[in-house]
Design a protein around this ligand. Structure first.
Ligand code: RM4
Ligand code: MN
Length: 388
């Protein structure tokens, strides 16, 4: 049996980072639907994130995306976050929305475009200095659409060169976390398509470079928990981008499509000490809410991560080891499934009560009146969005 109070302590200590872009407008390549009350600037995004933290108690960190969240004074933005009870987390770079990047950014054949992309990454590190952020989060849309379009190996060389220049610029306590994605927007080759490519680059770079696992960025059927276990063993798991998918990079609410997969992933995290802050794994959401209300969707996502975490923490590891070591296949599977099939909602309600929170974060959000307030106040100006 697991020690219930230790499980509750771990749940109280959990930190989930929410994405600034999840609060703004987003859409598919067909349509961006605007919603009332959507933030017009990063300050308002932080205000929404602060409400998510206020009702959940476990979402005190907010990722920024540059240039979407560019402001003239990042120190002021960080102070604003602090005044709201949250802090700025990872700085996400964006080298995929300028015309110059049509055939690539850091892997582009033209050195002037590569220089521009690297300058952007270095600017992101300057921003980290101002916000006190630990992580530079890199995702590159680079790749090719047609066989023969560019030299696969030369593109890896260019990538390595760019990463190495940015790595050298990192200060003490700063890290670079490199995300991979199978395909999209490129459809033939992607320059960082999988965890192995990211891992190899990170290994060459050194201890400040780690891999990001975005749960939506794999081929169907890939065993993500294996990747997570492997990277934790190698001390190379830097962060998660949580979301869920039915088909490809759907960016739906984490745990919505496959809560069992999320549990299996978090079981590997729990078993391999990935929740220990000393191991430096960031638990971020990377989602967009196109048809559902954004703030409640983010609250629901946080709760989904909490529920899967609670189940993962409830796995009786002693019983699991005992059954595994005697080759008791069905027994071992039963230990895992017992934890998964536990209704952890009462446990989480207790945890929230102990944190002086409403046991029902969504109900608590409704009573804040925040949705009505922002719809009434945020009129005029331009709503934030990624302009898809
Ligand atoms: C990418 C990737 C990045 C995210 C962008 C918006 O597919 O998941 O993490 O920043 O989308
Ligand atoms: Mn991502």
């Amino acid at each position: 049996m697991k020690d219930r109070s230790a499980v509750k302590a771990a749940l109280r200590a959990q930190v989930i980072e929410t994405p600034s872009w999840g609060y703004g407008n987003s859409g598919t390549r067909f349509k961006v639907f605007a919603q009332p009350g959507v933030p017009r600037d990063p300050f308002e995004k932080l205000a929404d994130a602060a409400v998510v933290h206020a009702v959940t108690g476990v979402a005190p960190v907010v990722s920024l995306h540059i240039p979407w969240d560019r402001v003239s004074d990042f120190g002021k933005l960080a102070a604003h976050a602090q005044a709201l009870g949250v802090r700025i987390g990872a700085i996400n770079s964006n080298t995929f929305q300028d015309d110059d990047y049509r055939i690539g950014s850091v892997c582009h054949p033209d050195p002037t475009v590569r220089r521009k992309a690297i300058a952007h990454l270095l600017e992101c590190v300057d921003i980290m200095d101002a916000t006190g952020s630990r992580d530079l989060k890199l995702w590159f849309a680079d790749g090719t659409n047609y066989p023969g379009q560019d030299d696969i190996t030369a593109r890896q060389d260019r990538l390595a060169e760019a990463l190495s220049e940015v790595y050298t610029r990192l200060g003490d306590g700063q890290r670079m976390v490199l995300e991979y994605k199978l395909f999209e927007p490129s459809f033939y080759t992607t320059d960082v398509p999988d965890w192995g490519t990211s891992y190899a680059h990170c290994l060459h770079l050194g201890p400040k470079a780690k891999v990001v696992v975005d749960t939506g960025h794999h081929a169907p059927g890939v065993n993500i928990e294996f990747i997570v276990a492997f990277l934790l063993r190698e001390k190379k798991l830097g962060a998660f981008d949580f979301n869920s998918r039915f088909y490809a990079d759907d960016d739906l609410m984490v745990g919505a499509a496959d809560p069992f997969q999320l549990f299996r992933i978090l079981h590997e995290v729990a078993k391999n000490d990935g929740f220990d802050p000393a191991n430096g794994v960031a638990f971020m959401l990377d989602q967009c809410h196109n048809i559902e209300a954004k703030i409640p969707a983010i609250i629901r996502s946080v709760m989904n991560v909490q529920e899967a975490t609670a189940k993962a923490l409830l796995v009786d590891l002693d019983a699991l080891h005992a059954t595994q070591s005697t080759g008791d296949v069905l027994g071992a599977n039963a230990v895992l499934m017992d934890a998964y099939n536990t209704d952890v909602r009462p446990l989480l309600a207790e945890v929230r009560a102990e944190m002086a929170l409403d046991p029902d974060p969504l109900a608590a959000y409704r009573t804040t009146g925040h949705a009505e307030k922002i719809a009434a106040e945020r009129v005029g100006g331009t709503q934030a969005g990624w302009g898809a």
